[in-house]
Design a protein around this ligand. Structure first.
Ligand SMILES: Cc1ncc(COP(=O)(O)O)c(C=O)c1O
Length: 384
C-alpha cells in the first residue's frame, strides 16, 4: 500500500533492514551456488557516483559512451580480438539473445535452426521463443563436453549458427571450441561461444598453467562471445558483455532510436535505457585490477576448487560428477534431495539440480567458508 503521507527516511530504512534480513548476502560467505559475487569496492563507489548515466541516450553521455567502447576494446584484447564490436549489456541472457538475433538476421534462412549443447544455459530457450529460432540439441560426451560429431551430424541448410560453451553453468565444462570452430569454418556457419562464466576465468587460468582449450577469437570460426563482468569480473549487477568479430552482426540488430534528447542513434541491444555506471565500472575494474589482479582472483578460485574437489572425493555417500575444469565443483549423491534440504536448513545458498549440487568458487568464497560447509556436510552425511 502506498501511504497517504510519506514515511521518514529512518522509518523506511528501518523497515527495509528488517525485511531484507531475509536475504542471503554474498559477504556472509553462505552463498556457494551463485555465479554472482560481492561487487569490488571500486565498482560500488562508481555506481554511487555515476548512477545517473544512461547509455540508452549516449548523445547526452558522450564520455560514458567512450568509456563503454574502451571497455569493449579491453575485453576484445583479453579475447584476442583487435577490433571488437559489441556492448556492455544486462547479462549473459541478453548477450546470448543478441548473438542468436544477429546470426538469424545475417542469414536468409526461412526456418532458422541453432545447434547447441544439451548443457547450454536456459537463456537460449528465451532466445528461441523470442526470435522463433528452432533449437537443435547436440549430445554430450561422457565428460559432459559437447559431442562435436553429433553437432556436425545436425548441421542442415537451416542452420544459422552453432553454440559452444566455455564454462557450463552446472559443471564449468569448456567445450572443444577449436573443433567447433573448424566445423564452423568448414560449413561457413558462425560459431557463438557462451563464455558468460569462463570469459573472466580461462584467459587467467591458462597463464597460471591450467590446461584448457582455446575458446576465443584466436579461433577464426568464433564470431561472437558472451562474457559477463558481473560474474567473475566482480562488476556490479547488471553487467554482461557481448562481443562480435564483425560489424555486420551489430548492424543487423541495430534499431534506430530517433527521438532521444542527445540526438539520433541506433540501439543494438534489447534494453533502451541502460546503466552507464555498469560499463564505467567494467572499465574501471579492468584498469584497476589489470591482468595480474584478475589472475590472482582466478588463482585463489582455482586452488579452492581443486582443494574442495579433493575433500569431496574423500567423503563417503557423495561423489564428484567430474574433475573440475574451472572453479566449479559439483557433487551427486543417492540422497541428494535430503542433503540439499539439510544444507538449506543450515542456511547454505545452494541448490540441487540435474542430479547434483554445484559449488561455485566465486571471489567472495573463502577457504573458511568451504571448511564450515564441509563440516555441516559431514554431519549431515553421518545422519543418513
Ligand atoms: C553459461 C551461462 N550463460 C549465460 C548465463 C546467463 O547469465 P545472466 O544470468 O547474467 O543473464 C549464465 C548464468 O548463469 C551462464 O552460466
Amino acid at each position: 500500500m502506498i501511504p497517504e503521507d510519506g514515511l521518514s527516511e529512518e522509518e523506511v530504512m528501518g523497515e527495509l533492514e528488517k525485511r531484507l534480513s531475509l536475504d542471503l548476502t554474498f559477504d556472509s560467505g553462505k552463498i556457494l551456488g551463485s555465479m554472482c559475487t560481492y561487487p569490488h569496492p571500486l565498482a560500488q563507489k562508481i555506481v554511487r557516483k555515476y548512477m545517473d548515466r544512461n547509455l540508452g541516450d549516449p548523445g547526452l553521455h558522450v564520455g560514458s559512451q567512450k568509456i563503454e567502447r574502451e571497455a569493449i576494446q579491453m575485453l576484445g584484447e583479453l579475447l584476442h580480438l583487435k577490433k571488437a564490436h559489441g556492448n556492455i549489456v544486462s547479462g549473459g541472457t541478453e548477450a546470448n539473445i543478441l548473438a542468436v538475433r544477429a546470426f538469424r538476421n545475417v542469414s536468409d534462412v526461412e526456418e532458422p535452426e541453432l545447434i547447441l549443447p544439451k548443457s547450454a544455459h536456459f537463456s537460449f530457450l528465451k532466445a528461441s521463443d523470442l526470435l522463433k529460432v528452432k533449437l537443435v540439441w547436440a549430445k554430450l560426451n561422457k565428460d559432459y563436453s559437447v559431442n562435436v560429431n553429433d553437432v556436425e551430424s545436425k548441421i542442415s541448410d537451416n542452420t544459422i549458427g552453432i553454440v559452444g560453451i566455455a564454462g557450463t553453468t552446472g559443471l564449468g565444462v569448456v567445450d572443444d571450441i577449436p573443433s567447433l570452430s573448424d566445423l564452423a569454418l568448414d560449413y561457413g556457419i558462425p560459431l557463438h561461444v557462451d563464455a558468460a562464466f569462463g570469459g573472466f576465468v580461462i584467459p587467467f587460468a591458462k597463464v597460471l598453467g591450467y590446461e584448457l582449450p582455446d575458446f576465443d577469437f584466436k579461433l577464426k570460426g568464433v564470431q561472437s562471445i558472451t562474457i559477463d563482468p558481473h560474474k567473475m569480473g566482480m562488476a556490479p549487477i547488471p553487467a554482461g558483455g557481448i562481443l562480435f568479430r564483425k560489424k555486420k552482426f551489430v548492424d543487423s540488430i541495430s534499431i534506430p532510436a530517433p527521438y532521444l534528447a542527445g540526438g539520433k542513434v541506433s540501439h543494438p541491444m534489447i534494453t533502451g535505457t541502460r546503466p552507464g555506471a555498469s560499463a564505467i565500472a567494467v572499465w574501471a575494474l579492468l584498469k584497476h585490477l589489470g591482468f595480474n589482479g584478475y589472475k590472482e582472483v582466478v588463482r585463489e578460485a582455482m586452488e579452492n576448487a581443486l582443494w574442495f574437489a579433493e575433500q569431496i572425493r574423500a567423503l563417503k555417500g557423495i561423489y564428484l560428477i567430474r574433475e573440475p575444469m574451472l572453479n566449479i565443483v559439483s557433487f551427486g549423491a543417492k540422497n541428494l534431495k535430503t542433503i540439499e534440504r539439510a544444507l538449506k536448513d543450515r542456511g547454505w545458498g545452494i541448490s540441487a539440480h540435474r542430479g547434483y549440487i554445484r559449488i561455485v568458487m566465486m571471489p567472495h568464497v573463502r577457504r573458511e567458508h568451504l571448511e564450515a560447509f564441509l563440516e555441516d556436510l559431514r554431519e549431515i552425511l553421518a545422519t543418513l
